[in-house]
Design a protein around this ligand. Structure first.
Ligand code: DX5
Ligand code: ZN
Length: 226
């Protein structure tokens, strides 16, 4: 059972591996370790729940054998129940699936937690908080999408920020609120002020020459005066 956790006493950057250089995957992981990343965010897409395909458990499992970073799997797939065991076996420390894919998620959340893995529910920009509200007691993580899922590099949707605040109030105090999509120097402070602790960032890390500098800058903006 995974024992890794995150220190959320300060803002936590979650580098989205969707935007990494796949031709140099382990070099990218080593660069993120050197940049003192606590975690990797793995965007899994099935070409059905979202109109794009990425990578799956086999890739995650191979990287797991090479690093001790916290693995945060974001399953943008239509049937997470069918594939859950693969992601547990791959060594994910948190597994998040979408409420739009599984409208009655209690059993699946409990299966994830029974495996000793943190269980997360994600909601798309158009999905109201009321869709996940009945299930927050079974969630270790709530992921608010600030773009429509499927692709990196999209523009942040500020309209989702009230949902971050509502979920921070509704969720268990020890649960993490994560925001995903279009997070960068211009959007991270408002996201933190709304109540997020985890900040998924693809373009704003991987498109920069110095990942560490980009991460420190965004962490400071997230922690800074509001
Ligand atoms: C979108 C993914 C995100 C995305 C983030 O479907 O869930 O994690 O890769 O990329 P940026 O930060 O470029 O929006
Ligand atoms: Zn993601």
């Amino acid at each position: 059972m995974p024992t890794r956790t995150l220190d959320v006493t300060r803002p936590v950057m979650a580098p989205s591996m969707l935007k990494c250089d796949f031709a140099n995957l382990m070099a990218e992981v080593r660069t993120l370790e050197a940049a003192q990343s606590q975690m990797l965010h793995w965007d899994v897409m099935d070409g059905h729940f979202v109109p794009n395909l990425s990578y799956g458990a086999m890739v995650i499992e191979r990287v797991r054998s090479q690093t001790d970073l916290f693995f945060d799997a974001h399953l943008m797939i239509s049937d997470p129940a069918k594939y859950l065991d693969d992601y547990v076996k791959a060594g994910c420390d948190a597994i998040t699936f979408h409420i739009e894919a599984v409208p009655q998620p209690t059993e699946l959340l409990q299966r994830i937690r029974a495996a000793g893995v943190k269980a997360g529910l994600a909601l798309n920009p158009a999905t109201p908080v009321s869709a996940v509200a009945p299930f927050v007691a079974d969630c270790d993580l709530l992921l608010v999408m600030s773009v429509n899922p499927g692709f990196g590099g999209q523009a942040f949707m500020p309209d989702v920020l009230p949902k971050v605040t509502q979920l921070r109030q509704l969720a268990r105090p020890e649960a993490w609120i994560s925001i995903d999509g279009g997070i960068g120097p211009k959007t991270i402070a408002d996201s933190a002020a709304a109540g997020a602790q985890l900040f998924v960032a693809g373009s704003s890390i991987f498109d920069q020459p110095d990942y560490a500098a980009a991460m420190r800058d965004m962490e400071a903006r997230a922690a800074g005066p509001r």
